[in-house]
Write a protein that binds this ligand. Structure first.
Ligand SMILES: NC(=O)c1ccc[n+]([C@@H]2O[C@H](COP(=O)([O-])OP(=O)(O)OC[C@H]3O[C@@H](n4cnc5c(N)ncnc54)[C@H](O)[C@@H]3O)[C@@H](O)[C@H]2O)c1
Length: 329
């Protein structure tokens, strides 16, 4: 299958391109980026394909069957919809779009065209996640009535002042960038329960004073102090569903102290694995990595001991953590 990669930045080089290169059934025909040097560098580095700057050139080629959309969030919908209408299958990076409305439009066009549209919430393919799903499906965790999801980091704002912190481009901050992965994992593992109510609050506290934000390292950096910072850097929420209640606690940056902070924000010596995860080439999503202290726990009432555990406080209920697993965000 001939494919094309649209957007030749970090995630394209870290995941999409290596995965296509490792797949004997895939051949990358085009590398497309509005920065010509990036497309040309990919041709040079991977020794295949043609560099183009306009994605319409890719879509005009009938030989191309599928495209990866690895651009910033603001152009996901336009490129994806154009690609679907051009008869291409699409793997679009997460988040699908900046807004629900835009995402629905993408879904509508997917239905109209019948082509494949997959959004890069890749942790569904993680073995640990699937083990938890299997435990839940098999009833091993009993009645899962509360899922506590935490993905908090102490200092991990990406590219201060750049695309990730500009709402017009990204659509939002920690919630849309990291939160989509965690919500997807929870919904996937819990059988996609129907949402009844959503309540929450987002905060833009630590990055907004850009020069006052203390950091030692920055993924998607370096900071652009003349750029924009108008997104959330932490979030708390509660989602009531016809299945479990989901409580969500997320932060790119939060003053949570050393003991609780994500390894992604610890000093360099302590956190190289997590912090470099965005830049480490990997052949498949399964081998990706994430901060060790990010966690997603199910709190459940065990069927076999229901009578004795039902009255205990939550801490005595079984908690299954993906703490040691390798998730991607
Ligand atoms: N699935 C994951 O875990 C994961 C991880 C990292 C990033 N992402 C997502 O991947 C996307 C890209 O992130 P990134 O860190 O690689 O960003 P990046 O800035 O490193 O790369 C984006 C590239 O897209 C190019 N581009 C922009 N507009 C374009 C257009 N119209 N046509 C062609 N190229 C265009 C840019 O020039 C840039 O080279 C974002 O949506 C991000 O949320 C997902």
């Amino acid at each position: 299958m001939k494919v094309a990669v649209i957007g030749c930045g970090t995630i394209a080089n870290a995941a999409h391109i290596p995965s296509y290169m490792n797949n004997p059934e895939a051949e990358i025909k085009y590398f497309c980026d509005i920065i010509p040097e990036r497309a040309e560098a990919a041709v040079e580095k991977y020794g295949c394909g043609k560099a183009v700057v306009d994605y319409h050139d890719v879509l005009a080629d009938p030989e191309v069957e599928a495209v990866s959309v690895c651009t910033p969030n603001n152009v996901h919908p336009t490129i994806t919809i154009d690609a679907l209408r051009a008869g291409k299958n699409v793997l679009c990076e997460k988040p699908a779009a900046r807004t629900y409305k835009e995402a629905l439009e993408m879904q509508k066009v997917q239905h109209e065209t019948g082509k494949v549209l997959n959004i890069g919430v890749v942790n569904r393919f993680n073995d640990s996640v699937n083990l938890i799903k299997k435990y839940i499906d098999d009833g091993k965790l009993g009645d899962v009535y509360h899922v506590y999801a935490s993905f908090r980091a102490h200092r991990s704002i990406p590219g201060l002042g750049g695309a990730f912190t500009t709402k017009e481009i990204a659509g939002g901050g920690a919630l849309i960038d990291w939160g989509v992965h965690y919500l997807d994992i929870v919904m996937y593992c819990c059988g996609d329960p129907k949402v009844k109510t959503v309540t929450g609050e987002v905060f833009s506290k630590l990055g907004v004073d850009m020069k006052g934000y203390a950091y030692k390292d920055m993924w998607a950096g370096p900071p652009k102090y003349d750029g924009v910072y108008d997104v959330d850097d932490s979030v708390v929420g509660m989602i009531r569903t016809d299945g479990p209640v989901i409580s969500l606690h997320g932060a790119w940056a939060q003053n949570i102290g050393v003991a609780e902070q994500s390894s992604a924000t610890r000093p360099a010596s302590a956190c190289s694995t997590a912090r470099t995860s965005r830049f480490t080439p990997r052949s498949t999503a399964r081998s990706s990595s994430i901060s060790r202290s990010s966690r997603c726990a199910t709190i459940s009432r065990m069927r076999s001991t229901r009578s004795s555990t039902a009255s205990r406080p939550a801490k005595s209920c079984r908690r299954t953590s993906t703490r040691s697993s390798s998730l991607r965000r």
